[in-house]
Design a protein around this ligand. Structure first.
Ligand SMILES: [Zn+2]
Ligand SMILES: [Zn+2]
Length: 290
């Protein structure tokens, strides 16, 4: 029988020992929150598993379902709503492998994240956002900079499949490289991106794809009906035929009470539609036929 990492397991369950558990921050990924919890209680992923029976060692972001949210809320004296955002964001990818084409993985299949150094710099507590896991989230719309894929000093990417903040080699916060301990909050080289169309397009596309994954469908400017996420979107993105329509609303925010997930629809428009009208329409029609 597996034992709890704490000597008095009852005290864990009633929340006494877990007072002060870090709450998930706005749009924080489950992987990022688990890292911070492991740091707070000095747990490894294995001891987190022994404690919660939730295995976060393969792909943390994809393990959450409603029952696990309930369990975590009870165990760590938090609200189920604290986990709603991260569960809903990845629910399709968690339920079916087919949807994982929208997420980032390393070549050997480990979960991969990009990060925005500017976001990390402005965070009181540095954390990883849900959107940073998505393949098409290549620029930060808030800071208008390209997302970083790895530490600029050593070239290593964040390793969310193991604890980065606890254990012998734990770094002080998620703003540090877990391999060489460099500060990841350095200024990006291309800071002047005001009015850059490429940045605008990439930011809008990122938002549109994230929105489509949450909603399960997407729409294209000039077409009346909705398009199927899995059947149509990957192929169209692969052929560079779509770009997001710039949109003022954020793809993922809680409502005023901090509970619900808002998921405004985002339109996608064929890239340079007028110029490439013929080829775009043909490809869209072919994609729709599946
Ligand atoms: Zn940013
Ligand atoms: Zn490094």
């Amino acid at each position: 029988m597996l034992s709890s990492p704490f000597p008095d397991s009852d005290a864990c369950v009633d929340g006494v020992r877990f007072c002060g558990t870090p709450r998930p921050l706005l749009c924080e990924s489950f992987g990022s929150w688990v890292q911070r919890v492991c740091q707070h209680f000095q747990l490894t992923y294995s001891s987190f598993y022994r404690l919660t029976r939730i295995d976060v060692r393969k792909d943390t972001d994809l393990v959450l379902d409603q029952a696990k949210c309930r369990k975590l809320a009870r165990l760590f004296a938090l609200s189920e709503d604290d986990f709603a955002c991260m569960r809903l964001m990845f629910q399709r990818c968690a339920a079916s492998k087919s949807f994982r084409c929208f997420l980032n993985f390393t070549d050997d299949g480990k979960p991969a994240y990009r990060f925005c150094p500017c976001c990390l710099r402005t965070d009181a507590t540095p954390y990883y956002r849900l959107e940073w896991r998505f393949k098409h989230w290549t620029v930060c719309p808030r800071h208008r900079v390209k997302m970083e894929e790895a530490c600029q000093s050593c070239g290593c990417a964040p390793q969310m499949n193991r604890t980065m903040l606890s254990g012998n080699r734990g770094v002080p916060s998620l703003a540090y490289c877990c391999t060489c301990w460099s500060d990841l909050r350095r200024s990006p080289e291309s800071a002047e991106t005001e009015g850059c169309q490429e940045i605008d397009d990439a930011a809008a596309t990122g938002r549109a794809v994230v929105s489509a994954v949450i909603l399960g469908y997407f729409s294209i400017l000039g077409f009346k009906s909705n398009w199927k996420l899995l059947r149509n979107l990957p192929g169209l993105l692969r052929h560079d035929l779509l770009v997001g329509v710039p949109c003022e609303t954020k793809p993922l925010r809680r409502d005023a009470s901090g509970k619900a997930l808002s998921t405004p629809g985002h339109l996608m428009a064929p890239l340079e539609f007028e110029r490439r009208r013929g080829s775009a329409r043909t490809a869209l029609r072919r994609s729709r036929r599946g």
